[in-house]
Design a protein around this ligand. Structure first.
Ligand code: SF4
Ligand code: SF4
Length: 473
């Protein structure tokens, strides 16, 4: 399909394997080129099944695109099409339809050159050539999902996506994967919904986005299939422990309640009697605000981190840190102290917690006994969890795909991310909640009043901390 006409050469040439020379004159759309591509396409489609209406690749298939560009011909093929195996499971998330394969060998080369695991090969000869796994051994590596993405037709499809929706219903946006500290660049595909009936989920697919400095063209299977964090068990309303009497409060009401509670005991002692538990899913800008408000202005010393436990890593992209911004926290100036319940000693009378990873580390009974003795407990979380009932005020927060900011990956690369999705219900980005709280606390009001956007916070961050001044995205 990449045949081109080069002035001075007698035949059409393959563009992909011809070296460019000075003064070379190439025609990509001449009559001869279009006719040749039409012929090649006819061969490609000769054995191709006519199952576009039920194929998951429909709408994003290269063969469909080429047919629209070069095709619209009557089939001259009168013979019966070759029947091949359909719906063969070739890996944990991969279904192979051998009839649809155009034998481009992208999948074989990916497993040979990128993962170096070589689970696929081309078997047999001529008309009977087909791609298959060896001796029924399934494809089992951390990057197998990339095969469904690089297959140009619907021969390798993703069982996670098969028959769930049609690609043309989906919208997409660019983001950064938060599931480990590599910070791979991703595309989030989501369903905006229909006017008349609800759709079963919001996010349907995560794809790799090219960034040669971070992830090349690829993402791992955890980043690709682990997107349930955007869809499931999400907190979407503000909760307080006298809610049954008053109903769910607005953010304005909740924030004045928080300030009122943390201001008694008297203002000057807030720092010494408060503890803060953070997690490394917060953005650089949010860490900067937390440092300014709680550490610099209020003088809080008891600042701890509760992150998800470390996981498997590999030699390619996946790292063991299951959070995207531990490096950012360190560069902003936090000493990374892991949290232990014993840190909540008798002096602590107000506790502000970001995230709910503590619930993975301590049982509700264990933490409940300790938290009971603390007068004011505020939780900022994106998830509904039984553990949330231990807090006086629970504020739902936006996830990384629902807000703006930047993250610093383990190699120190600072990458911006944008809001792809709307925050759910009453949830709001932590940066906004922090600026509002600082203004309500009336500490350094003139400074915080100017931080009305992530850009304004980011400018402050870059001015104050030289590491972020050399920010690159
Ligand atoms: S990438 Fe798809 S079309 Fe190409 S050889 Fe593999 S299965 Fe066939
Ligand atoms: S390597 Fe890490 S950042 Fe990249 S896709 Fe996988 S989990 Fe996400």
């Amino acid at each position: 399909m990449c045949l081109v006409e080069i002035e001075g050469l007698p035949k059409l040439e393959l563009a992909c394997s011809t070296q460019v020379r000075d003064g070379m004159k190439v025609s990509t759309k001449s009559e001869a080129v279009v006719e040749a591509r039409n012929g090649v396409l006819e061969f490609l489609l000769a054995e191709h099944p006519l199952d576009c209406p039920i194929c998951d690749k429909a709408g994003e298939c290269k063969l469909q695109d080429y047919y629209e560009q070069y095709g619209f011909f009557e089939s001259q093929y009168k013979e019966t099409k070759e029947k091949r195996e359909k719906k063969a499971e070739i890996g944990k998330n991969l279904i192979h339809d051998k009839e649809r394969c155009v034998l481009c060998t992208r999948c074989v080369r990916f497993l040979r050159e990128v993962t170096k695991t070589q689970e696929l090969g081309v078997f047999n000869r001529g008309l009977h050539s087909e791609v298959d796994i060896y001796n029924g051994e399934p494809i089992d590596n951390n990057y197998s999902g990339n095969l469904a993405e690089i297959c140009p037709v619907g021969a390798i499809t993703d069982s996670d996506f098969r028959f769930k929706t049609r690609s043309w219903f989906l919208k997409n946006g660019e983001s950064v994967c938060p599931l480990c500290s590599r910070g791979c660049n991703i595309i989030i595909e989501y369903h905006p919904g229909f006017a008349r009936f609800p759709v079963p989920k919001r996010v349907y697919r995560i794809k790799a986005r090219e960034n040669q400095d971070v992830n090349g063209f690829w993402i791992c299977d955890l980043g690709r299939y682990g997107y349930s964090y955007l869809n499931e068990d999400r907190a979407d309303e503000i909760l307080t422990n006298n809610q049954q009497k008053t109903g769910s409060p607005s953010w304005e009401e909740a924030r004045s309640l928080i300030v009122q509670k943390i201001k008694s005991p008297p203002y000057k002692t807030i720092g010494s009697r408060m503890a803060l538990i953070l997690h490394s899913w917060l953005s650089n800008e949010e860490f900067f605000l937390i440092r300014k408000i709680f550490q610099d202005d209020l003088g809080v010393e008891k600042i701890f981190f509760a992150d998800p436990p470390e996981g498997e890593k590999d030699d390619h992209l996946l790292t063991s840190e299951r959070c995207p911004n531990r490096r950012g926290a360190q560069e902003v100036g936090f000493d990374f102290k892991p949290f232990d319940l014993s840190a909540l000693d008798e002096d602590v009378c107000s506790l502000v917690v970001f995230g709910n990873f503590l619930s993975d580390q301590f049982s509700q009974a264990e933490s409940g006994a300790r938290l009971e003795k603390i007068g004011t407990k505020v939780l900022f979380t994106s998830y509904k969890n039984e553990w949330n009932s231990l807090f006086d005020i629970v504020i739902p927060t936006a996830m990384i795909a629902e807000k703006e900011g930047s993250l610093t990956n383990l190699d120190g690369k600072v990458q911006d991310f944008q809001a792809v999705l709307e925050p759910l219900g009453a949830s709001l980005p932590e940066w906004k909640a922090l600026v509002d709280l600082a203004k309500e606390l009336k500490i350094n009001f003139d400074y915080y009043r100017r931080l009305y956007s992530v850009e304004a916070i980011s400018n402050g961050l870059r001015k104050e901390i030289p590491f972020f001044g050399k920010k690159s995205d």
